[in-house]
Design a protein around this ligand. Structure first.
Ligand SMILES: C[S@@+](CC[C@H](N)C(=O)[O-])C[C@H]1O[C@@H](n2cnc3c(N)ncnc32)[C@H](O)[C@@H]1O
Length: 243
């Protein structure tokens, strides 16, 4: 009987092509099928990071998101549409696995840190051999280019989604020693106001496309909300410990 292929969640780092791990590169080169999530009409960040390493014999499998925003007019439900999409994507990936082909699903940053790979993993890892290769996640890439040590000694770090309501963000931020706020884009004005209201704005650092060739570091107060991209984050570093 034909051995089944392996599902591989491959973290490729936050953008700088040199931040991919040796292991991820090896498995990428060995995988007959390379799958990647991508918005319609886009190349995709993860794909851009590894493109130069692909070989002609590899099968590319773009998994194109049917929607790009969670705010959809009724009766459309983002949750239903995206769940159906992951079901279908899992079936497509499983067809390759059943035929004995390994499938590397490349993920920007780390696969298990807000990565879409997780939704394939949840659907397939009980039935197929799965391996996850961790990657340098965006908040660590961000901290390094901002020159911002994240947490000292016994401080705790809160990782928050900018999609949360202002009240929820405030509640979680007041107790945080240090924080990272992801998924900014259109959420930036709300997040910035919350940081002002909680007295954290002075400590907050903002970066767009950290470690990518088009990286931009701008003082938070000067960020134009109309042009703040989805690939941006804010870091509120822990208070420096004078060790
Ligand atoms: C769906 S999550 C993916 C996170 C990714 N798996 C990781 O390990 O960092 C997308 C969010 O990650 C953040 N992000 C990802 N890459 C980034 C980068 N190079 N610079 C700044 N933020 C980034 C942004 O906040 C973006 O909204």
């Amino acid at each position: 009987m034909q051995a089944r292929g392996r599902l591989i969640g491959l973290g490729v780092g936050p953008g700088d092509p040199e931040l991919i791990t040796v292991k991820a590169l090896r498995l990428l080169r060995e995988s007959p099928v390379v799958a990647y999530f991508v918005a319609k009409g886009k190349k995709g960040n993860a794909f851009g990071i590894i493109e130069a390493h692909l070989q002609a014999a590899q099968t590319l499998m773009p998994l194109v998101y049917p929607v790009t925003t969670e705010a959809l007019p009724a009766p459309m439900s983002y949750e239903q549409i995206i769940s159906d999409f992951y079901d279908t994507a899992s079936l497509d990936v499983a067809a390759h696995l059943d035929a004995g082909r390994d499938v590397a699903v490349i993920c920007e940053g780390d696969p298990f840190f807000y990565g879409s790979y997780m939704y394939l993993h949840d659907r397939l890892a009980e039935r197929y051999e799965a391996e996850v290769v961790p990657g340098v996640c965006s908040m660590l890439g961000g901290a390094s280019v901002l020159g911002a040590p994240l947490v000292y000694r016994n401080q705790s770090l809160s990782v928050l989604s900018g999609v949360l309501s202002a009240d929820e963000l405030k509640r979680k931020l007041v107790d945080a020693d240090a924080a990272v706020i992801m998924k900014l884009g259109r959420n930036l004005p709300k997040v910035r106001q919350v940081l002002i209201d909680t007295g954290l704005a002075e400590r907050a650092l903002y970066v767009e496309r950290a470690t990518m060739s088009n990286q931009k570091i701008v003082p938070l107060a000067e960020v134009d909300p109309m042009s703040s991209p989805y690939f941006s984050l804010i870091i509120v570093p822990g208070e420096r410990w004078q060790g």
